[in-house]
Design a protein around this ligand. Structure first.
Ligand SMILES: Nc1ncnc2c1ncn2[C@@H]1O[C@H](COP(=O)(O)OP(=O)(O)OP(=O)(O)O)[C@@H](O)[C@H]1O
Ligand SMILES: Nc1ncnc2c1ncn2[C@@H]1O[C@H](COP(=O)(O)OP(=O)(O)OP(=O)(O)O)[C@@H](O)[C@H]1O
Ligand SMILES: [Mg+2]
Ligand SMILES: [Mg+2]
Lengths: 249, 249
C-alpha cells in the first residue's frame, strides 16, 4: 500500500521542491518504487527533471480529462508533470462539489503500484495544497531556519488540524526538517532550538545544510545524486531519506 | 502624486518582503513620504515591523468594511497591516464585479498624501497580486540568482503584459534586481548574466548581496538601517533606493 507524503509549507523558497525531488530519487535508488506529483503551477519539480515534451499533466487530470499519467525517469521513479495552466485550477475547481477530494480520487486506483507517492505543493494554502493534504497519509514540513519562515508555522498547523478534522482523519504531521542550514549563523541555531522545543520528536535529526550544488543541479535537469554524489546536499538528503523509511515502517 | 510600486514575483522566498520593508525605510529616511501595504496573507511585512496590536487591516478594507487605515512607523513611514484572514480574500472577492480594481479604488483617495506607495505581494499570481499590478505605476521584480527562480520569469512577464492590455495601461515593468547575491557562486554569476542579456537596462545596477543581517533584523521588528547601518544589506538597499529615486524623477 503506497504511502502518500506531501511536502508543504506556504512560506516561499524553503526547499519544498528541492526536497521532493531529492528524497524521491534517494528512495528510488534504495529500491523503493516512487511516484512524484508536481502540484505547483510554477512546475519547478517538472523543470528539475528537465521534462519538456510531454502532452499530459496534472492539470488535465484534475479537471477530469483523463486519469493520472506519468513519465518514467528511471526504473523506480515516475513523475506526473505540472503545467503553467495549473494556476487556473484553483478558480476552475472552486465550485466543484467535493473539490478537496479530486486528487485523492485520482491517486486511489494507482496507489498500490508504488511504495511512496510524494507531492510537491505551491507556496500557498489554496485548493491545490488542500488537495495534497487531503490525499496524504503524512505531511512533512521543510523549514528554513529563519525568523520569517518560523512565523508561518502556527497558521500551517491550524490548517492541518482543520483538514484532519474535516477532510482526512488519517493525515499525520509526519515531521519537520530544517533546510538551507548553516550552523555558523546564530540565527539558524536559535531557530533550530525554537523548532525542536515546539515540535520535539517530530523534528528529523537530519538538517539539510546550505549547499550550492543543490541549486546548481536543477539547471542540468539532474537530482543531487546524479549531479554530485559527494556533496553535502547528497549526504543530507540520503540521511533524511533513511530517516523517512525508518518512520514509515 | 504618489508613485505606486509593487514588488512582485510568484517564486517564493526571493526577497519581496525584505525589499519592500528596506526600500520603504530607506526612501522615508531620505525625506520621502512613504506608505507600505502588506498584501500577503502570511503578513511577513507586518511582522517585520513588529506590528501586533492593531484592530484594522488590509483584508477588512478590501471587503469594504472601511477605507484604508494605517499605523505610523516613523515620521515619513506608514504601514497598512495584513492579517492571516486575508487568505480568504481570493475566494470571497472572486465573484465581485471589477474584482481586480478593488485595491486601486482604495488607493486613489489617499495617493496624493505620499511620494511612494509600495506593495508587498504573496508568492502567487492570484487575485491579490493582480490587484497590486492593476494599482501600480510600476512593478519591480526581485530575483534570486538561481535556476529555479529564473524559470518563472516568462510566466510573470506574460501576466504583466495581459494586465497592461486589459486592466492597467500605465503599468510599467520598472525593473529587475538581484537578491541574496553571492558573487563567489558561479551559478549566481551565470544567472546574473542571463538576466542582464534578457532585461538589458531594466536591471538595476545594485545587487542585494546575501547578508544574514537582513534575515536577523525582522526578528527584532527592525529594518536593516535600524538594526545594523554598516551591514552590506543596509548599503545595498540604500544604493537600490537611490537608483529607484533616480528612475522615478
Ligand atoms: N539546502 C539548500 N542549499 C542551497 N540552496 C538550496 C537548498 N535547498 C533549496 N535551495 C535553492 O533555494 C531555492 C528555493 O528552493 P525551492 O525552490 O526548492 O523551495 P520551494 O519551497 O519549493 O519554493 P517555492 O515556495 O517557490 O515553491 C532554489 O533556488 C533551490 O535551488
Ligand atoms: N539579501 C539577503 N540576504 C540574506 N537573507 C535574505 C536576503 N533577503 C531576504 N533574506 C531572507 O530570506 C528569506 C526570504 O526572504 P523574503 O521572506 O523577504 O522573501 P519573499 O519573496 O517575501 O518570500 P515569500 O515568497 O514567502 O513572500 C527571509 O528569511 C529573509 O529574511
Ligand atoms: Mg517549489
Ligand atoms: Mg514575502
Amino acid at each position: 500500500m503506497g504511502r502518500v507524503i506531501t511536502f508543504s509549507n506556504h512560506k516561499g523558497g524553503v526547499g519544498k521542491t528541492t526536497s521532493t525531488v531529492n528524497v524521491g530519487v534517494a528512495l528510488s535508488e534504495m529500491g523503493q518504487k516512487v511516484l512524484l506529483i508536481d502540484l505547483d503551477p510554477q512546475a519547478n519539480l517538472t523543470q528539475s527533471f528537465g521534462i519538456t515534451k510531454v502532452n499530459f499533466n496534472i492539470y488535465e487530470a484534475l479537471i477530469g480529462k483523463y486519469e493520472l499519467r506519468w513519465t518514467s525517469i528511471s526504473e523506480n521513479l515516475d513523475v506526473v508533470p505540472s503545467t503553467l495552466d495549473l494556476s487556473g485550477a484553483e478558480i476552475e475547481l472552486g465550485a466543484e462539489p467535493g473539490r478537496e477530494f479530486i486528487l485523492r480520487e485520482l491517486i486511489e486506483p494507482i496507489r498500490d503500484q508504488y511504495d511512496y507517492i510524494l507531492l510537491d505543493t505551491p507556496p500557498s494554502l489554496g485548493l491545490l495544497t488542500v488537495n495534497a493534504l487531503t490525499s496524504a497519509d503524512a505531511v512533512y514540513i521543510p523549514l528554513q531556519a529563519e525568523y520569517l519562515a518560523l512565523q508561518g508555522l502556527t497558521k500551517l498547523t491550524t490548517v492541518i488540524r482543520k483538514i484532519q478534522r474535516r477532510l482526512n482523519r488519517k493525515l499525520e504531521l509526519g515531521g519537520v526538517f530544517l533546510t538551507q542550514y548553516d550552523r555558523r549563523k546564530i540565527l539558524n541555531r536559535e531557530v533550530a532550538e525554537t523548532v525542536s522545543n515546539f515540535f520535539k520528536d517530530k523534528v528529523f535529526k537530519t538538517k539539510i545544510r546550505d549547499n550550492v550544488a543543490l541549486a546548481e543541479a536543477p539547471s542540468l535537469g539532474k537530482d543531487i545524486f546524479n549531479y554530485n554524489k559527494k556533496s553535502n546536499g547528497a549526504k543530507d538528503y540520503l540521511s533524511l531519506s533513511k530517516e523517512i523509511i525508518a518512520r514509515n515502517r
